[in-house]
Design a protein around this ligand. Structure first.
Ligand code: NAI
Length: 271
């Protein structure tokens, strides 16, 4: 997809971080936007940053609710009469906790938003995407969809699920020549509100600032890479120096990667 001008682009979780940067940059590329977030206030802030909202359709809902997502897809198609790009970006994490101590409710919540939200978003829009000569589905996984993160088992499980679904779909769409390019996105640490948005999060401002120093990439840079991947029809992108390092290490040696992860986890738990 060389040009995004007049393309209809759906972005979930557009009220903050990577989703907000994507919305602003897609708008600057001339795209028409259909934006979602479950936080109305932050979605409104994104709209006020963009300023000109003539070509923007918004809906506030929780992506883990199937009926609401399918209704959104119908409303977007009624509004714009087509869809070209769907970016399943909305996501949460549940903080640092061991796999064994994570409650079933917590696994269900994280998988509901991150994994089911992505599956609903892909399947609900696929019939429309397949009507176009070329279109795109982008699912935001993580470096923790390529490597299991200690103290992030719910998050890692959801992000591995996203990668599995997305890679299977990418191969099928190519196999059937549908014209739908499918991309799995794997950023490392990105400075956004993801940690601040953890339910019941009780880190001090100092701890949050220390954590920020471990997130080397910005949301703007991440959005640029995602837009490049859409234009180049890439099936997988790994974003950020930390993610690239860990990914390379994991392909080099499983034992050294495990040692690295243990040391990394010890460092993070001291914050
Ligand atoms: P963020 O917290 O700044 O933004 C996420 C947005 O999604 C928020 O506006 C939030 O209100 C919205 N959201 C959360 N749950 C929702 C739901 N159920 N329905 C609709 N909207 C919902 O976080 P960030 O970092 O911009 O996250 C975007 C995506 O990037 C997520 O999928 C995240 O897992 C992924 N990611 C983030 C990384 C990071 O270091 N920040 C690294 C790798 C992946």
């Amino acid at each position: 997809m060389k040009n995004l001008k007049n393309k209809v682009v759906v972005i979930t979780g557009a009220g903050s971080g990577i989703g907000r940067s994507l919305a602003i940059k897609m708008h600057n590329n001339g795209a028409k936007l259909a934006l979602n977030d479950f936080n109305k206030q932050s979605l409104d802030e994104t709209l006020s940053i963009i300023g000109n909202i003539d070509q923007i359709y918004t809906e506030v809902f929780d992506v883990s609710k199937k009926e609401e997502f399918y209704q959104f897809s119908k409303n977007v198609v009624n509004h714009f009469k087509k869809v070209d790009v769907v970016i399943n970006n909305a996501g949460i994490t549940n903080g640092s906790i061991t796999a064994v101590d994570t409650t079933i409710e917590s696994y269900e919540k994280v998988l509901g938003v991150n994994l089911w939200g992505m599956i609903y978003g892909t399947l609900a829009f696929m019939p429309e995407l397949r009507k176009q000569n070329e279109s795109s589905v982008v699912n935001i996984s993580s470096i923790w969809g390529l490597l299991g993160s200690p103290y992030q088992s719910a998050y890692s499980t959801s992000k591995f699920g996203i990668r599995g679904f997305t890679e299977a779909l990418a191969a099928e769409e190519l196999c059937n020549n549908t014209g739908v390019a499918v991309t799995s996105v794997h950023p490392g640490g990105v400075k956004t509100n993801i940690v601040r948005n953890i339910e019941g999060q009780n880190l001090t401002e100092l701890q949050l600032k220390k954590l920020d120093t471990h997130f080397p990439t910005t949301a703007d840079k991440t959005a640029d890479k995602i837009i490049y991947a859409i234009k180049k029809k890439k099936s997988r992108i790994v974003i950020g120096p930390d993610a690239k390092f860990m990914y390379r290490l994991s392909r080099f040696s499983e034992r050294i990667t495990m040692k690295f992860l243990v040391n990394w986890a010890k460092k993070m738990m001291k914050i």
